[in-house]
Design a protein around this ligand. Structure first.
Ligand code: ACO
Length: 337
């Protein structure tokens, strides 16, 4: 069974409640129907019930009736969620009036449903930008204890199985933090290690990437990666983590032998931590497009409950897989408690 099939099977065994705020978006509603048919998750669709019913009829979706549909304009808990938003954000200038408006925004409502304990995770972004999906989640759901920095990892399935873990690698951060500081980069490494263990099911060997290997170059950017490596090791001494490493030294044994002899990671890394978002985002897209790798994500990590962002070019299948992954993230969060 491949990794995604395993994640789907695990989701079915321990069903989670997943909110889909873009409940009237065509690919989302089709994915929801299939997820309900396969009993992967309990689905909460946000949207106008009449519109959802009409779309289900138009596309012949017979399982949507098993979803919980929440009309953002009128539902029994609307006032309670607005009050929750006001309480959570009043120090940031939230007023009851603003909360009453924002609670009708499906992306805010999705995060509030999770914060109130009425759902376990959320997937959105088929119709909305990354920033619009993330902002309410960051403001309302917040981070896990000990983590202040949410980041985004990709599962990268390479054609060449000699790299990573039989061709599987994790890349981070490719989605959230434009320019992390050294302490933030250390947190990204730790969150990605947890994603590697709990979602990919592999023991991480983490390369902190740079244009320098073990002092071959110097400067501010190199120092940031060296410091992040030191901090990550201090925080989680049990992790196999090394840096600063160039990408070839991280995955090619012969280069590793020359540039970083004796490293427990160099030449066999299965996790790449990029120094900033520009490199991470461009890097994963190049591996995907030029290398023909399959890239699944971003899996947002470090949030107190999982919220994942879709690409606006996503397919029904992408949404289905992301819901299965989100269920596994929700299970991992609950297991921490
Ligand atoms: N981790 C934890 N909390 C965060 C993070 C983070 N990474 N970033 C922001 N926050 C919190 C802030 O502390 C703040 O909380 P507060 O209001 O309670 O004080 C809240 O979120 C809002 O912070 P802002 O800085 O005002 O957030 P802003 O809306 O400006 O930006 C965002 C946050 C949207 C994540 C921004 O960093 C961003 O746009 N990142 C890039 C996303 C992107 O475009 N990625 C590339 C595309 S994705 C892809 O290709 C796969």
């Amino acid at each position: 069974m491949d990794l995604i099939q395993q994640l789907i099977a695990r989701a079915k065994e321990n069903k989670q409640r997943i909110v889909l705020p873009e409940g009237t978006e065509e690919r989302t509603i089709k994915a929801a129907d299939q997820l309900l048919a396969d009993q992967v998750a309990d689905i909460i669709l946000i949207g106008n019930p009449t519109e959802i019913e009409a779309l289900a009829a138009k596309f012949g979706l017979s399982h949507i009736k098993k979803a919980t549909v929440i009309d953002p304009k009128s539902h029994p808990k609307k006032a309670a969620y607005a009050e929750l938003l006001f309480q959570l954000r009043q120090k940031k200038g939230m007023t009851p009036e603003k909360a009453a408006v924002l609670v009708e925004n499906p992306l805010y409502l999705g995060s509030l449903i999770i914060k109130a304990g009425d759902a376990d995770g959320e997937i959105a972004g088929a119709d909305n930008t990354t920033g619009d999906v993330l902002r309410p989640a960051l403001q309302i759901i917040k981070t896990l204890p000990g983590i202040s920095c949410v980041s985004g990892a990709f599962l990268i399935f390479l054609k060449d199985k000699s790299y990573g873990e039989n061709g599987l690698m994790l890349f981070a951060d490719c989605a959230v933090m434009p320019n992390p500081t050294a302490p933030e980069l250390a947190q990204i490494a730790i969150s990605t290690a947890d994603t590697a263990r709990h979602i990919a099911g592999i023991e991480p060997r983490i390369a902190m990437l740079s244009f320098s290997t073990k002092g071959s170059a110097s400067g501010e950017q190199v120092e940031k990666v060296v410091e992040a490596t030191r901090l990550a090791k201090e925080l989680r001494p049990e992790l196999a983590i090394d840096g600063e490493l160039q990408a070839d030294a991280a995955v090619v044994p012969s280069v590793a032998q020359k540039k970083a002899p004796g490293s427990a990671v160099a030449g066999k890394a299965n996790v790449f931590v990029f120094p900033n978002l520009e490199v991470g985002n461009i890097g994963y897209k190049m591996v995907q497009r030029f290398g023909g790798a399959e890239a699944i994500g971003p899996l947002l990590q470090g949030m107190a409950a999982p919220v994942n962002d879709l690409s606006r070019g996503c397919s029904v299948e992408d949404i289905y897989k992301m819901v299965a992954i989100c269920c596994n993230q929700a299970i991992a969060v609950k297991n921490r408690k």
